[in-house]
Design a protein around this ligand. Structure first.
Ligand SMILES: Cc1cc2nc3c(=O)[nH]c(=O)nc-3n(C[C@H](O)[C@H](O)[C@H](O)COP(=O)(O)OP(=O)(O)OC[C@H]3O[C@@H](n4cnc5c(N)ncnc54)[C@H](O)[C@@H]3O)c2cc1C
Length: 456
């Protein structure tokens, strides 16, 4: 008999939600993290989340309301600012309502939830190696703070170790799960949190995102106030060949180009981080094995937010694993329903936004300034695209008239093409195979869409 029904490596929001979901269903769960117990949740982040993610989890697995002490400030909208810094679009509506929050307190709350639901939490414990029996995952070798090693057996092992996906990378070559991730699909970032005693943020409920392809190619600079005298500010960009270091960009660009940086600021935290910004891993399961959160590439490819989707992934993985455990069958086939469930709930939108990301990588500051200045992009369209993965931009008559009138026909053609590819890929993800045997054929349909998206 295994030591646990499920062992989850990594107690971030993804792993903790998986543990919470399974423990609530009465399964024996071990949730482990290499960090000390009171440090779990402390990570480089923009510290912002949409309210709708919390609501979704409430409905799916009964997540309670987020305690007030975690929230720093309510968020009511997001401003997108063009490279010229003169034009901005405000996205505001029910889907941009959210919170800026204290990251450590948020992480601690999630682990407490899992523990209170009955999960056994082991902090200061490192997942070292996947262990196998008869070619199938059977448990984990763990290392504790006193440097001792121990084997733990489990019917299912979940890799929720974040962007490193360190257990995923140990799977054998025969596994259908991708082990490595392309560098071009990784966002690198640097961010600081400041108290600004002599500078007052006038609209602390509005998050600001600044586009500038020359400084932050494929990414952006964010300025997220956390009240009138506190701010989370950072830069993120794609790791394309020759990219600059984010800390360097932060120093040369952010420090010199924002008004609040001209006032004395007190640094609360300063650190770097990475996130995978692509479609989800093609299959999230193998025999006795599941992926959740950043380890599964469940991050929004355009804005890099991944807390809500890691919670969603964790809940869906937990619910599917619970069904499989009830059936006493934890094979890949039995865990497979997690795939179509996730792809339908979020993966299809992610894949579509990944196509959009490739398009964004190839547009210039001049293109963006032009689109903002001429009112070609509407805030409501952008909001719609980011929520649904469907692109309306570029299909309107006004867009055609303006763009062709100003000699921007190639941009128009590319926009129309990318909108079609986004639709195609969404449809493909909504047609995700119901059985493992369909995976190879599905991947063969996926490849040409991606190849075309990258070439636009
Ligand atoms: C700069 C930056 C800003 C971001 N801003 C936002 C934002 O504002 N809003 C948002 O929604 N998302 C944001 N994200 C993304 C978000 O942080 C992640 O998508 C989310 O935290 C993923 O959760 P997770 O549980 O999968 O991974 P993580 O939160 O990374 O948790 C993984 C856990 O695994 C543990 N671990 C790792 N290896 C081992 C091991 N070998 N053994 C045991 N434990 C291990 C780690 O200690 C960690 O606690 C940002 C990311 C970056 C890099």
């Amino acid at each position: 008999m295994a030591d646990y029904d499920v062992v989850i490596a990594g107690a971030g929001t993804g792993g903790a939600t998986t543990a919470y979901t399974l423990a609530k269903k009465g399964h024996s769960v071990l949730l482990l993290d290499r960090k000390e117990r009171d440090e779990i949740g402390n990570k480089t982040c923009g510290d912002a989340i949409g309210q709708h993610h919390i609501q979704e989890l409430k409905e799916l697995v009964g997540l309670p309301d987020m305690p007030a002490g975690i929230i720093e400030h309510d968020v009511n909208g997001i401003d997108l600012i063009a490279p010229d810094r003169e034009h901005r679009l405000r996205m505001a509506g029910p889907t941009t309502k959210g919170y800026s929050f204290n990251r450590l307190k948020m992480g601690q709350w999630f682990v407490d939830l899992a523990e209170d639901a009955g999960a056994n939490v082991m902090a200061s414990t490192r997942a070292k190696r996947l262990e196998f029996e008869g070619g199938r995952v059977s448990g984990l070798k763990i290392g504790t703070s006193d440097d001792s090693e121990k084997s733990i057996t489990a019917r299912i092992v979940v890799d929720a170790t974040g962007a490193t996906g360190m257990l995923r990378r140990q799977l054998p070559d025969e596994s259908p799960i991708e082990k490595t991730i392309d560098k071009a699909d990784i966002m690198v970032a640097w961010r600081d949190i400041y108290r600004t005693p002599q500078y007052e943020f006038e609209n602390p409920d509005i998050l600001e995102i600044y586009w500038n392809q020359e400084e932050t190619l494929g990414g952006y600079t964010w300025v997220f106030p956390q009240g009138t005298h506190r701010v989370n500010v950072g830069v993120g960009l794609m790791t394309l060949p020759g990219h600059r270091k984010p800390q360097e960009i932060f120093d040369s660009f952010v420090r010199t180009s924002w008004e609040f940086m001209e006032t004395p600021v007190e640094t609360i935290d300063s650190s770097g981080g990475i996130a995978p910004v692509r479609r989800p891993i093609d299959t999230l399961v193998d025999d006795n094995f599941m992926l959740v959160g950043d380890a599964a590439c469940q991050v929004n490819p355009v804005h890099g937010g991944g807390i809500g989707s890691s919670m969603l992934g964790g809940a869906l993985a937990g619910l599917t694993a619970s069904d499989a455990l009830e059936r006493n069958e934890t094979s890949m086939k039995s865990l497979w329903p997690y795939n179509p469930r996730y792809m339908e709930a979020y993966g299809a939108k992610q894949a579509s936004l990944d196509v959009f990301r490739w398009f964004l990588l190839n547009i210039t500051n001049e293109d963006i300034d032009f689109a903002f200045e001429k009112g070609i992009i509407k805030a409501s369209d952008l909001l719609d695209t980011s929520m649904t993965g469907k692109m309306k931009i570029g299909t309107g008559e006004k867009f055609r008239r303006l763009v062709s009138g100003f000699g921007k026909l190639p941009l128009l053609l590319r926009v129309s093409k990318v909108a079609k590819l986004m639709d195609d890929i969404r449809e493909l993800y909504l047609d995700y195979p119901e059985e493992p045997s369909g995976l190879a054929g599905w991947k063969a349909r996926l490849k040409p869409i991606y190849d075309e998206a990258k070439a636009i």
